[in-house]
Ligand binder design. Structure first.
Ligand SMILES: [Zn+2]
Ligand SMILES: [Zn+2]
Length: 457
């Protein structure tokens, strides 16, 4: 250990107090050990901090004395600060430290890209040089089921009363009412952005609102900042629109997109008629064939389709932009940028591109799991009564972080009337007597888990 510390001192610049991320120390696995183990007894494996997608280490978020986020730092520097007692740990997942001395606060501009979705949200925060935080949020999908359950309990409870005042047709819905499961998804997006804003000094949030810009298709004369990106942008926008309208099928051969055979926009009645209903979506090969063999007539006279851009996800995305007051972009731009950068399709890569990422050094990703807090007011606020539905609330709940045998595990839940607990990490799943377990911290709300757990969830 002593040797390790000396080695560290030689490697660490003396101006370590200024928590700035611009210096990327080359850390091997040995050196990054023991940032988190300080709070634990001895030598708890740091495998959680290390694991994840390939790339640089996860960054450590740094807060100043007032609790505001500063530029994140490397695990090595964070350990240095902790050893010198210049900072304290305030959160384990994601690992966050708070400085207890004044520093110069140089902040770079950090852009946060959000790839909104039904089941998963991708997020990526980038500075000019590197990606600082990225990950994928798995949203809860049991909201409507739980509401149905709650309605059942309430109905049953009401049926036991003597006098039951009329309780129908007395609810008013707001104009911007969304179904609870959808509202929950919107709220989760906002909560995620707020959480990340507490960890990183985000200067700009960017959300992808739709696959293409429908306004540009309908009123091609709109002149705005974003529209002045030349004809290539417009062409891609039109292709994205056509793909959505034709449900991804070629209008000549009725087949899906083929690799190496890009989409082409064909003007059915020649270039003079340039309205959306005069466009056709064709494979490049099919388009060439039509013009070579003069088959243009086959596409004429078909009823023109119209496209209504009214999917729920689009509503959510626009509401998100309204609530956050953030910037937005379109999917056709994202798609093309991702192809240009030769990135594979994933929510995180999409978010990276949405944030405007190009050559930034990528970082390891978090897997963010949304865990119920179980604090329904009906259950917690029964004056003088115990909760009625949950007869017994076990001390350890799923996703609480526990220590066993000097290693860190996540709880999967208790069984055998609370005497045994099932714990897991990326390597193993164990059933252990609950007395052998030590709680490290509770896991409620948005849980930042290592990416390696993706297979076990
Ligand atoms: Zn075709
Ligand atoms: Zn053509």
């Amino acid at each position: 250990m002593q040797k390790l510390l000396e080695e560290l001192k030689n490697n660490t610049p003396t101006s370590a107090s200024q928590a700035c991320s611009s210096v990327s120390m080359s850390l091997n696995k040995e050196e990054t050990l023991s940032v988190t183990s300080k709070t634990l007894s001895n030598n708890i494996s740091e495998e959680n901090q290390q694991s994840g997608k390939t790339g640089q280490d996860l960054r450590v978020s740094v807060l100043n004395m007032r609790g505001e986020p500063l530029m994140p730092t490397t695990p090595g520097k964070a350990r240095h600060l902790l050893e010198q007692k210049k900072a304290k740990v305030i959160s384990r997942k994601p690992f966050t430290i708070q400085l207890n001395h004044q520093t110069g606060e140089t902040k770079q501009s950090i852009k946060l890209g959000i790839d909104a979705g039904y089941k998963t949200i991708g997020f990526s925060a980038i500075s000019n040089k590197q990606e600082l935080m990225s990950g994928e949020v798995i949203l809860r999908e049991n909201v409507s089921k739980l509401l149905a359950e709650r309605a059942m309990y309430r109905r049953q409870k009401r049926s036991k009363l003597w006098y039951r005042p009329a309780r129908f047709l007395n609810r008013k819905k707001n104009e911007d009412w969304l179904a609870p499961s959808i509202q929950h998804k919107l709220d989760s997006h906002i909560r995620l952005v707020e959480k990340i804003k507490k960890l990183l000094p985000i200067s700009e949030v960017i959300v992808e609102v739709a696959k293409f810009d429908i306004q540009k298709i309908e009123n091609p004369n709109i002149a705005e900042e974003q529209y002045q990106q030349g004809t290539l942008y417009e062409y891609r926008n039109r292709i994205a629109y056509l793909v959505a309208r034709e449900k991804g099928l070629c209008q000549f051969c009725n087949k899906e997109y083929m690799k190496g055979n890009p989409w082409r926009l064909h003007h059915i009645y020649g270039k003079e008629r340039d309205r959306p209903e005069d466009w056709a979506l064709l494979h490049e090969a099919c388009h060439d064939e039509i013009h070579k063999k003069h088959l243009e007539e086959t596409l004429k006279g078909k009823p023109s389709k119209s496209y209504k851009d009214a999917t729920l996800m689009n509503t959510i995305r626009w509401k998100l932009v309204d609530t956050l007051g953030c910037k937005y972009t379109y999917g056709n731009i994202t798609f093309q940028d991702r192809i240009d950068l030769k990135l594979e399709k994933s929510h995180i890569n999409d978010a990276f591109v949405i944030a405007g990422g190009t050559s930034q050094k990528r970082c390891k990703s978090f897997l963010v799991k949304q865990v119920r807090r179980n604090n329904r007011c009906l259950q917690c606020n029964r004056k003088g009564f115990k909760p009625s539905i949950r007869r017994k609330h076990y001390g350890l709940q799923p996703y609480d972080i526990v220590a066993y045998d000097g290693k860190e595990y996540y709880s999967k839940g208790v069984h055998c009337k609370g005497t045994y607990i099932r714990i897991f990490n990326s390597l193993e799943t164990l059933d252990i007597n609950i007395k052998k377990i030590k709680l490290i911290c509770y896991g409620k709300g948005l849980q930042f888990l290592p990416w390696s757990l993706k297979a076990t969830l």
